[in-house]
Design a protein around this ligand. Structure first.
Ligand SMILES: Cc1ncc(COP(=O)(O)O)c(C=O)c1O
Length: 404
């Protein structure tokens, strides 16, 4: 009898679900550290701060009060009501508690939305550079990603006319992430109005607006596309507490959309995970309605680091970088440096460049291939000020040593 091979049974879907470069670089950093190398890692996409204490205490109190049971799949009514209030007051978004669903992280809200709307043959417009998970989720659902790219000179924002030109009768969803991971780009209200006009003129196009970095904002104003005229029915707004409240490990996200969409998204969720954790949802109410001092203190720390990172990167020849109005990421374009050599290495791609930076200079970054922009690299400044200074010095030395 031939040997039983479970791996041979895996379906093709398992091959598409891979966050590739980010995970590879994080693992490589750990391996090199384990071998004793001094590695500074700017790879992670999460706050380096702990969750504010008032939120921790609210979770503990809720647990002690017995909120340890299953939650309704759509989320507890008290948190949905608190979110309806928040979305109205802070974002101008008009959704009732019944139009809000609570998810196990924003990632699940994105998956619920994509699984509800996208079928084989549906086209999803993605604005590169983009967060890699969107593309994976769209492929998972059988959809076809249509990738439009923006350059540093365009401040990483695809012009509205390019979006209009890419639409077809098969277009179904436009994914818009403002503020954006990995570039830190922020779409102004006027820019969103131009996009909304295009969306409204299409018979079946909806928008998935991911606003998870809204509180990590340094310059300009946050604007929500779902708050623009006649966009309420067209937009699914996704958000979560992971980034702004430093709650990545708690897994608390949410979405706002009109009822038929919200109901479908809740059905998707019920198949896979059921409702988000009860005591975490109670803590979420404390986060939303409690003092925001800690959120503001973190924002100021990120802003100071942003200034350091921008100054450091702008001083390196061959590196091009746009403004970073928001988030804790920098996404410098290093395409001028690709093809140069270091010793006997020819660094033709950002993947090779990132490997070399890590292996030879002890600084871990993520190649732009993970974000649909092969000529760039991503640095996260959700890292200590000391690590950021050290990483910038190493980058300057390393990149300055490359020969044409
Ligand atoms: C743009 C973007 N959206 C959503 C998420 C997912 O957030 P959550 O931790 O709430 O699932 C991330 C996390 O990295 C992100 O960068």
């Amino acid at each position: 009898m031939s040997r039983f091979d479970p791996a041979s049974l895996l379906v093709a879907r398992t091959q598409t679900a891979d966050e590739g470069a980010i995970i590879r670089m994080a693992q490589k950093s750990r391996d090199l550290r384990a071998k004793g190398m001094d590695v500074v890692s700017l790879t992670v996409g999460e706050p380096d701060f702990d969750t504010p204490i008032n939120i921790q205490e609210a979770a503990t109190a809720a647990m002690k009060a017995g909120f340890t049971h299953y939650s309704p799949v759509q989320g507890i009514p008290e948190l949905r009501a608190a979110l309806a209030k928040k979305l109205k007051a802070e974002n101008g978004l008009d959704y009732s508690a019944s139009e809000i669903s609570i998810t196990n992280g924003a990632k699940q809200a994105i998956a619920n939305a994509v699984l509800s709307l996208i079928d084989a043959g549906d086209e999803v417009i993605m604005l590169a550079p983009y967060w890699v998970s969107y593309e994976i989720t769209v492929r998972f659902a059988g959809g076809t990603p249509v990738v439009l790219s923006a350059s540093v000179e365009e401040n990483y924002k695809v012009p509205a006319a390019r979006i209009a030109a890419a639409l077809s009768p098969r277009s179904k969803l436009l994914i818009l992430n403002s503020p954006c991971n990995p570039t830190g780009a922020l779409w102004s209200k006027a820019e969103l109005e131009a996009i909304a006009a295009i969306v409204r003129s299409h018979p079946r196009l909806m928008v998935l607006a991911d606003e998870i970095y809204e509180y990590i904002l340094f310059d300009g104003e946050m604007a929500s596309i779902g708050a623009l005229p006649h966009m309420r029915e067209r937009v699914i707004t996704v958000n979560g507490l992971s980034k702004g409240f430093a709650m990545t490990g708690w897994r608390l996200g949410y979405a706002a959309a009109v009822e038929p969409i919200t109901r479908a998204m809740t059905r998707m969720q019920s198949t896979i995970t059921t409702g988000a954790n009860q005591f975490v949802q109670r803590a979420g109410i404390a986060a939303l309605e409690g003092p925001r001092d800690a959120v503001e203190a973190m924002r100021l720390r990120y802003r100071a680091r942003r200034d350091t990172v921008l100054a450091g990167l702008r001083a390196i020849a061959g590196v091009r970088i746009g403004p970073i109005p928001a988030t804790f990421y920098a996404f410098p374009d290093v395409s001028e440096l690709l093809g140069r050599t270091a010793g006997n290495h020819r660094l033709d791609t950002s993947d090779l460049l990132c490997d070399w930076l890590l292996e030879e200079h002890g600084v871990a970054t993520v190649p732009g291939t993970a974000f649909g922009a092969a000529g760039s690299i991503r640095l996260s400044f959700a890292a200590s000020e000391a690590d950021i200074e050290k990483a910038l010095a190493r980058l300057a030395k390393a990149l300055g040593s490359l020969r044409a």
